[in-house]
Ligand binder design. Structure first.
Ligand SMILES: Cc1cc2nc3c(=O)[nH]c(=O)nc-3n(C[C@H](O)[C@H](O)[C@H](O)COP(=O)(O)OP(=O)(O)OC[C@H]3O[C@@H](n4cnc5c(N)ncnc54)[C@H](O)[C@@H]3O)c2cc1C
Length: 399
């Protein structure tokens, strides 16, 4: 065998998984089609990532959080959900007792850079095969095999795929996935503004479009507009001044005069949930396991918690000299990760439907949901808890 473990994909999930296995004693290869230079210095992609307390703890344990730098981390202290022109808002505040925010915002390229820098400190047991594309994955009782585009085949006891929500290896290993194409795209950019955002995140629902405003360091917010796919070209093609006036109005001038300070990036909205997270000598993590709708701000958070659950199984197996691809262990990882991902995935897809459909009965239901949520402490507690929990949901249950 060439390696104990092969990880496909050096995105944030794949590299975080390698960091979790730092002291495992396993011989690990990470295969990535991008070049080492692109991984070391990722370009700005417009994504600003909302991270939960659990994600911060995991990144701190890895050493990647410390590399981001405090000036590049923005706490979210309050979140508000506003519907159409109604002045009514559903709001969440951080509890008085909590020193930090409800969550934290960091630009995606800074997260990727920090994780890669930390990965580079791992010892010689970890090999990065950059500029290398995986063509095919298969397995039998004895080993998992990865065929590279170069024609070479590598063997390992276990292959873990973190190769995007459109994972080719997931398909090749016969794992079905539920996929939702929303027919909409997210347009993301950063804007500078006159008034202080007071570390408040807004989600505004506006006839056919939704607008998320996320507070970044300084007088800057990350803007996420979701719109039907056929309107995207017109929005991206708008004169920057006209675009800024449009956002100001949709925000009802909460942030005063605004100015576009970045490129507008477009992401078609597709959500994916694999029906299984494991097969023979094979497991899925990151978006390859669960690719969430970005409006939920949970994709990478689930990626981090999932890789941590799988890593703890592998660490236990490695310490006891057992098989790291033991089917019972892979199934336990699957059970524990499904427990938090499945309800969140299906629940948020339903909520996304409720908040993007502007037909009359739906808008009425939406207003009712906002009011109910504000007056039902368990609902608000559940949402706040999701953001602020510091441990895995499955660790609270006997699984
Ligand atoms: C607009 C937007 C906003 C978001 N906001 C949030 C947020 O607020 N909070 C949050 O938690 N998440 C958010 N997300 C989700 C988050 O960005 C993703 O969940 C995360 O980047 C997924 O990481 P990953 O490592 O699983 O996959 P990816 O980042 O997709 O990385 C996969 C890697 O695999 C490589 N690869 C693929 N196929 C092959 C192959 N055959 N051979 C070799 N290499 C291969 C790719 O080159 C890539 O580097 C957002 C996403 C979007 C689009």
């Amino acid at each position: 065998m060439n390696y104990d473990l092969i990880i496909i994909g050096a995105g944030p999930a794949g590299l975080s998984f390698a960091l979790s296995l730092r002291d495992s004693g396993l011989k690990v290869a990470v295969i990535e089609q991008l070049s080492r230079e692109e991984l070391a210095d990722p370009s700005e992609d417009g994504r600003d990532i909302a991270l939960t307390h659990l994600s911060r703890r995991l990144m701190q344990q890895h050493g990647s959080w410390q590399r981001i730098g405090d000036d590049n981390i923005s706490p979210i202290v309050r979140a508000e959900v506003v519907d159409g022109d109604s002045p009514y808002a559903l709001h969440f505040d951080k509890p008085e007792s909590e020193r930090d925010g409800l969550g934290f915002l960091v630009a995606n390229y800074r997260i990727r850079k920090a994780i890669f820098e930390e990965f580079e400190t791992l010892g010689e047991a970890f090999t990065l095969l950059a500029d290398t594309r995986v063509q095919r994955v298969h397995s039998d009782e004895g080993a998992a095999r990865v065929e590279l585009e170069s024609g070479e085949t590598l063997e390992a006891a276990l292959v873990v795929a973190a190769d995007t929500r459109f994972s080719q290896s997931r398909r090749q290993m016969g794992i079905a996935a539920d996929t939702v194409e929303f027919g909409r795209s997210a347009i993301v950019c950063e804007m500078e503004h006159e008034l202080d955002h007071r570390n408040t995140a807004f989600e505004c629902f506006h006839y056919g479009r939704t607008l998320a405003i996320l507070p970044m360091p300084g007088p800057v917010s990350s803007i996420v507009v979701t719109a039907p796919a056929d309107q995207v070209d017109a929005i991206v093609g708008m004169d920057p001044e006209d675009f800024a006036r449009d956002i100001e109005e949709r925000l009802r001038h909460r942030l005063g005069t605004m100015k576009l300070i970045s490129k507008r990036h477009v992401y078609p909205l597709v959500a994916v949930h694999a029906r299984r997270f494991q097969a023979r000598r094979f497991a899925l993590i990151g978006d390859a396991a669960v690719g969430m709708h970005p409006v939920t701000a949970h994709g990478f958070n689930l990626g981090l918690s999932g890789q941590d659950l799988l890593a703890s199984e592998l660490l236990q197996a490695a310490q006891s000299g057992g098989d790291i691809a033991d089917p019972a262990r892979l199934r336990r990882y699957q059970r524990r990760h499904m427990l938090s991902t499945r309800p969140l995935y299906h629940g948020t897809n339903a909520i996304v439907g409720l908040f993007t459909d502007d037909d009359f009965p739906v808008t009425l239901a939406r207003k009712a949901v906002l009011r109910l949520s504000n007056h039902l402490p368990p609902v608000k507690w559940a949402i706040r808890h999701q953001l602020m929990a510091k441990q895995h949901l499955s660790s609270l249950l006997p699984i």
